[in-house]
Structures are given as C-alpha cells and as structure tokens.
Design a protein around this ligand. Structure first.
Ligand code: PEP
Ligand code: MN
Length: 339
C-alpha cells in the first residue's frame, strides 16, 4: 500500500507511521518529495489494515498498490528515476546513456582501443563481457577475473563507468568490486537467487529482458532486486523470441512506452542482441531513441570478423561514429541530448 502524508505532516508524524509499519513487519520505502512525503509499504495487510493507518495523525490517504510489482511500479513513484552510475554519469535523465564496447573483453589492447574510440564518438559508459553466457560450452567463455581488471583499467583511464555481466551468485562480490554497473543477462532474468544476490549490493543493475518474458515477468524480476534494498535498476530491451528468424530476436519497441507507463525505472534499448546483424543495428537504435528510450547498448568491435563472440552484430568504430551522428537529431527531436 501507499501512505500519502499531508503537506502539513511533521517529521515526527512521518516517523510514527514508518515505525508502526515496521513494527507490523512491513518493509517501508519512503519517498520524501518537496511538497509531499509518500511511504510505500510492502507487507501483510491482514496484520495492519489500511483503515488503521488512516486514523494516524498526518496521514492524508492510504491506497493499495494494485500491480504485483510494487517498488518498480509507477503507482508508488510517479517521477521517472534517474540513476547515478558514477563518474558523473546518470541513466534516466535528459542526456541519453550510451553503453558501448565489445561483446567480450579479449585483451587489454583490444578493449583500450575500442573504449577510446567509442568515447570519442560520444558513448558515456563502457560495456564488455568478462563472464560470457554462451550457448555452447565449447565457445569462448570470457577472460573472467582478468577481463574485469582490463575493463577496470580502461574505465579508470578514460573516467568512464563500466558495465559487465555476472552469471553466478558466487561471483557477485568480485564483479561488484570492479564494475560500476552489474549486468544481469537475458538468460538469467529469472535466476531468482542471482537477482536477490545483486539486490544486496550497492551497484546499479542493468536488467536485460528474458528471452521469452512478458513485461510483467520482467518487472517482477526488477522487484526481486529492489525488494532486497537495491532500487537502482535499469531495464534493457534486447529483443525477444518470436517465430521470426530473419533477425536473431525481435526488438519489442513497444516495451519502451509500455514500461514508461508501468514503471519509473529507466529503460534502454539494445539493438545489437535484438537484431544479431550489424546492418540492422542503426535503424533499430534510432527507433528506440525515437520511442523514448533512456539510452542504448551497442556492441562495437575493432575487427568484427575476428571477434570472439557476437562479431556479426558488432559495429566497427567508424560505423558507431556515423550512427551517433545520425542519432543526435533524433534525440533532440524527442527532447533528449546525445552528443
Ligand atoms: C551481452 O550483453 O553480451 C549479452 C550476452 O546479452 P543478452 O543477455 O541480452 O543476450
Ligand atoms: Mn554479446
């Protein structure tokens, strides 16, 4: 439920409401707005009813949250969340967040080269996989700990936040010690133990949409993370499985306006994993920005034909640069900034 406090509510009245909720086992999530304070309360309404809270001083109204996801819902928090990912970069504000880099970190030379180039073109966050979720156990699995160090060095050198995936609960602490943003990949979107584990850490989480997951399942996955105390979740639409085989996945552009209606969490688009083909990446990237995405994740490789993974969908640094220039007027047309 959501407890809406009166404009005139005193700090003590707010504290008293929070206290009684906590005494009855509710998790409280106060949002201290300029004019109004609202308190999100998640717990068993049979123990403490909405009517009981309505009688308390300073309480204006109590309303139920109808959606199964609570903390992720727009019902609880109306204003869009702007997530600070460190090194002066935010996701969800006027300026678009552009995550760019290779699918996998292959060497320091490769990662440094691509990182510098994407930065020059206007990307503001580096991406790269150190732990790779591969369909085949015989494919390159990533440089693991060494990959994290490589990425960390480049992020530090260029002053850019880094985003990398974690696959296993046992690696969360290690990944969190290097990464600015921790990625949960599509294949792990419903790995509930992993979601809970990253919910306990203090780093923002990039939550990719599962291969065949509905919007509600996706927001419930965000709820798993948020219910552990980590409210900094960024959604990433990366295409879903459909009957179509011309592209690797089908980019669900409508996920962007739908998520904006249902949730306050920022959402970015990943045209690389959605299409699987570099040729289609620019058009889908533009569609995502035009639809209101808060940013993009784009795979860029110095030599796509030799890439250890996802070469077919990777842009060269030159193609990425061209795309950024083409995206700029589209971003401006929808009231955002890119370059
Ligand atoms: C990736 O970002 O390289 C990746 C594996 O993404 P996804 O989980 O969307 O397939
Ligand atoms: Mn990839």
């Amino acid at each position: 439920m959501i407890i809406i406090m009166k404009d005139s509510a005193s700090a003590k009245e707010i504290k008293d409401v929070e206290k009684i909720l906590e005494d009855f086992g509710f998790q409280t999530h106060p949002i201290y707005g300029e004019a109004k304070t609202v308190i999100g309360a998640i717990g068993d309404k049979r123990l403490l009813s909405m009517n009981q809270i309505l009688t308390m001083d300073g309480v204006e109204n109590v309303v139920p949250i109808m959606k199964p996801y609570k903390l992720a819902s727009k019902e609880l928090k109306k204003e869009p969340s702007v997530i600070d990912v460190g090194k002066g970069v935010t996701v969800g504000g006027k300026k678009l967040a552009v995550f760019a880099g290779p699918c996998a970190i292959e060497s320091q030379e490769q990662f440094s080269f691509v990182s510098k180039r994407v930065k020059e073109s206007g990307a503001n966050i580096l991406r790269g996989g150190a732990f790779k979720p591969r369909s085949s156990p015989y494919s390159f699995q990533g440089l693991e700990g060494d990959g994290l160090k490589i990425m960390y060095n480049s992020g530090k050198e260029l002053g850019m936040p880094i985003c990398t995936e974690v696959l296993d609960t046992r690696d969360v602490e290690l990944v969190a010690s290097y990464a600015d943003i921790i990625q949960i990949g599509a294949r792990n979107m419903q790995n509930f133990k992993l979601l809970r584990e990253v919910g306990k850490c203090k780093k923002p989480i990039l939550l990719k949409r599962g291969l065949a997951c509905t919007m509600e399942e996706w927001l419930m996955a965000a709820e798993y993370i948020m219910s552990e105390g980590n409210e900094d979740v960024i959604l990433c639409e990366r295409g879903i499985r459909t009957y179509e085989t011309a592209t690797r996945n089908t980019f669900d552009v409508s996920a962007i306006p739908v998520s904006k209606e249902l949730s306050h969490l920022p959402i970015i688009g990943d045209p690389s994993h959605a299409t699987g083909t570099y040729k289609y990446v620019p058009a889908v990237a533009k569609a995502a920005v035009a639809a209101g995405a808060d940013g993009l994740m784009i795979e860029v490789h110095n030599c796509p034909e030799k890439a250890a993974s996802d070469g077919a969908q990777s842009l060269t640094p030159e193609k990425f640069d061209k795309l950024m220039k083409e995206l700029d007027p589209i971003a401006n047309a929808v009231g955002r900034e890119l370059l």
